[in-house]
Ligand binder design. Structure first.
Ligand SMILES: CC(C)(COP(=O)(O)OP(=O)(O)OC[C@H]1O[C@@H](n2cnc3c(N)ncnc32)[C@H](O)[C@@H]1OP(=O)(O)O)[C@@H](O)C(=O)NCCC(=O)NCCS
Length: 172
């Protein structure tokens, strides 16, 4: 497999194209995109896999969010792997690598909306069961959360919201 490397600003157009291929152009109608609008993704958690010709084969990004207005968290996604390269471990490697980086960087809670069978093995569990809510419709089973720091979800409840511009996503 090709190495996982930090995303560069010059990857942006290729990543948009990859997301169109994997999720379709209707993807921006989803609730998660309301939380991303006007907010920059977390640059230090944006990774890609490129082939030797520089083509982006896989990408993962995170967005800063809040829970219950007070608690900082990161939202995993989108993660995408080009259809010609799916099933070779790139997706799992991107997720593992970035979750490790998020933990090292001091982020304490990670949420996502995605397929439960894919994310459960990383340690995610149902977010609604923990008292978290999304500001729009999502399938309950797909809304998931994981503590990156033990106990980070203790007494944390409420609505996931957009991070304020310039606000750090880690609880410090
Ligand atoms: C989901 C995605 C990122 C996985 O990347 P990948 O590199 O193909 O995945 P990996 O090779 O690391 O893992 C493959 C394994 O995950 C499983 N898997 C892949 N997508 C899955 C899904 N949506 N739900 C459950 N399992 C899934 C495969 O069956 C395979 O299982 P196996 O190892 O037991 O055979 C990629 O398939 C993709 O871009 N899909 C379209 C976009 C998308 O749906 N992204 C978000 C997922 S919520």
């Amino acid at each position: 497999m090709f190495p996982i490397v930090p995303e560069r600003s010059t990857d942006a157009a290729q990543i948009e194209n990859l997301l169109d291929i994997t999720f379709g152009s209707e993807r921006t109608k989803k609730t998660v995109y309301r939380l991303r609008e006007g907010v920059a993704h977390v640059k230090s958690l944006a990774f890609v896999v490129r082939d030797p010709e520089g083509r982006v084969l896989g990408s993962i990004r995170y967005w800063p969010v809040t829970i219950g207005e007070q608690t900082a968290a990161v939202m995993l996604g989108p993660v995408a792997v080009h259809p010609d390269y799916q099933g070779q471990g790139i997706g799992r490697a991107l997720i593992r690598h970035s979750l490790y980086a998020a933990t090292r960087q001091g982020h304490r809670i990670c949420i996502l909306v995605g397929d439960k069978p894919y994310y459960e093995p990383f340690g995610f569990s149902n977010a609604a069961d923990r008292g978290l809510e999304m500001p729009g419709w999502v399938e309950r089973e797909r809304f998931q959360v994981m503590e990156l720091a033990p106990g980070a979800l203790t007494d944390v409840r409420g609505m996931v919201g957009k991070a304020k511009a310039g606000r750090r996503s880690r609880a410090a």
